[in-house]
Write a protein that binds this ligand. Structure first.
Ligand code: SF4
Length: 400
């Protein structure tokens, strides 16, 4: 498995696959190949079908340092469904360099013509079963195992936590209308103010949803957020972090450790299935985020390793089959609301794990549910995988 620094990344919204990945590729292209007067970019797959709504063309044009033409194209004949050709042209518009870039999900890229390994393997274990065997054999805790592989990770995660908190703070303060044709009103601040009139569980749940809205609306506005594991699903873990700091008063070091624990589950999903909505549907984004968030909350609650795994498994199991159908291609409907529901599902998963694990042994392992998620994702039709051609996106168009 790869480093957790490749899972948690800061980047501009609204989509890790559609804005962060192209932004990273364009920056690298300029660093490696130099500056050209003209650029031509051809987008394929989901990048082509929902690139306009996600602002892919805007990010590419703003990142490349020359006059840039971006085309939405069909008939992509490469080995991964989501990608683009990036060409540097001279003053006579003659091609000088061409890269084939794959957007693998979560902002991770692979470049056919430039064999830099962004996906270098750090962990030799690739399943929860293999990890637990090492932990038991060597008498390690999960965080000891993670930091043994990545000694600098804790400091990195404190930086990520800082970005998560700042993102929610900004989102709570912002108001107005999100960009795009949906004219969607920002609602995080309203939800938070509503929570001040509430008490008990209702107040707690409303707060969590307000925080998820805050981060997701920042993302939808193209501002800086954290991939957790993707930008579309960034609100779930951002909410968990903010709630832990501001409502529960948990110290930052412990939350950074919890992010490491949640990250391992996200990494296993990324390794053995996908975290890309364009490949596996929304189960790969919100499902993965709920699973990771459940592990984070379970760790913060002081649950044991078996209960943490159970919480992560529940978080994913009950998002199996969740499709990706962003209305008009914007990461807004159903995405923002789905992040808010996601954070509540994560807390429910922890509650269930905590008490069910005392009653009986769970029969479905985390590894099993990840394998199922991958198989399910393969069977979801392409119209329901970030193309905005099916589901709610289609129904919305019919009723416009
Ligand atoms: S529906 Fe889910 S996977 Fe699709 S863009 Fe929205 S958050 Fe991402």
């Amino acid at each position: 498995m790869q480093s957790l620094t490749e899972l948690y990344k800061k980047g501009r919204g609204p989509s890790s696959s559609h804005t962060l990945a192209p932004e990273r590729a364009c920056r690298l292209f300029t660093e490696v190949c130099g500056v050209f007067p003209y650029y031509q970019v051809q987008l394929y797959g989901s990048l082509s079908l929902t690139g306009k709504g996600h602002g892919t063309d805007r990010v590419i044009i703003e990142t490349l340092p020359g006059e840039t033409e971006v085309k939405m194209c069909l008939n992509w004949d490469e080995e991964f469904p989501n990608g683009f050709y990036l060409r540097g042209l001279n003053e006579n518009h003659i091609e000088q360099v061409k890269w084939t870039v794959f957007s693998l999900g979560g902002g991770t890229i692979r470049i056919k013509e430039y064999p830099v390994d962004f996906t270098r393997e750090i962990y030799s274990e690739n399943s929860w079963k293999e990890i637990t065997e090492v932990l038991e054999h060597e008498g390690l805790s999960l965080t000891e195992y993670i930091y043994r592989h990545e000694p600098d990770l804790h400091a990195y995660l404190l930086g990520i936590l800082d970005a998560e908190l700042a993102c929610v703070d900004r989102g709570l303060q912002e108001s107005g209308i999100l960009p795009g044709k949906l004219h969607l009103k920002r609602s995080a601040g309203d939800l938070y103010r509503a929570s001040e009139q509430m008490s008990g569980t209702e107040k707690e749940r409303m707060r969590m949803m307000a925080y998820a809205y805050a981060a997701s609306e920042e993302n939808a506005d193209g501002h800086s957020c954290v991939t957790a594991p993707t930008l579309g699903a960034c609100g779930v873990i951002a909410s968990v972090c903010y709630y832990a700091v501001h409502d529960l008063g948990i110290d930052l070091d412990r939350i950074a450790d919890a992010l490491a624990v949640g990250g391992i589950f996200g990494n296993l999903i990324k390794q053995n299935a996908t975290i890309s909505g364009a490949v596996g549907g929304c189960q790969a984004e919100i499902g993965a985020a709920v699973s990771m968030a459940a592990a984070i909350c379970a760790y913060l609650e002081g649950l044991d390793r078996r209960q943490i795994e159970y919480a992560a498994e529940i978080g994913m199991e009950h998002n199996l089959g969740l499709t990706c159908d962003p209305v008009m291609g914007y990461v807004m409907i159903p995405c923002i609301e789905r992040n808010a529901m996601g954070v509540l599902r994560a807390y429910d998963a922890v509650l269930l794990s905590k008490y069910m694990s005392r009653i009986k042994r769970h029969l479905v392992s985390f590894d099993m549910v990840v394998h199922t998620m991958n198989e399910t994702g393969n069977q979801i039709p392409i119209t329901l995988k970030e193309t905005a051609e099916g589901g709610l996106a289609l129904e919305f168009e019919r009723n416009r």
